[in-house]
Design a protein around this ligand. Structure first.
Ligand code: SF4
Ligand code: SF4
Length: 133
């Protein structure tokens, strides 16, 4: 009779002194793996200019049509940059195809995972927001 009781008590004590596997989120954040795919962000070159040349490859390859690129200037302009670059994070499935397709290394997925919002429009990121991320 006392045996199973002591066994149960032993198990309880064992768990009490074990390192917890949960964390106190959101006060503590979990480290994500190197391969974790967050949402896309735009990058600048070493001179501070946006790397994107508005080639539309990411926009074309995106399976969920989350990207909209509007180039600056007319079709004759050779030094192209986007006038507008929009990513709808409510559509994005974090597949990373845009990053793979970009010939300039101008778009990369970050490692952020806190994207929950009450309003959908907050998840529509424009160029400035994508650059500051
Ligand atoms: S990660 Fe995938 S779904 Fe999201 S914008 Fe890039 S290509 Fe589109
Ligand atoms: S982010 Fe890359 S693939 Fe997308 S339009 Fe700019 S240069 Fe082209």
């Amino acid at each position: 009779m006392i045996g199973p009781l002591l066994k149960g008590l032993g198990k309880t004590l064992e768990q009490m002194f074990r390192k917890p596997i949960t964390i106190e989120y959101p006060e503590k954040k979990r480290e994500v793996s190197e391969r974790f795919r967050g949402h896309p962000r735009l990058l600048r070159d070493e001179t501070g200019r946006i790397k994107c040349v508005a080639c539309h490859l990411c926009e074309t390859i995106c399976p969920s049509k989350a990207i909209t690129v509007v180039p600056e200037g007319g079709p004759q302009m050779h030094d192209k940059h986007p006038r507008e670059f929009i990513v709808d994070l409510a559509r994005c499935i974090f597949c990373g195809f845009c990053q793979e397709a970009c010939p300039k290394g101008a778009i990369m997925l970050n490692r952020k995972y806190e994207l929950a919002q009450y309003r959908r429009d907050v998840l529509i990121y424009d160029k400035e927001k994508l650059l500051e991320e």
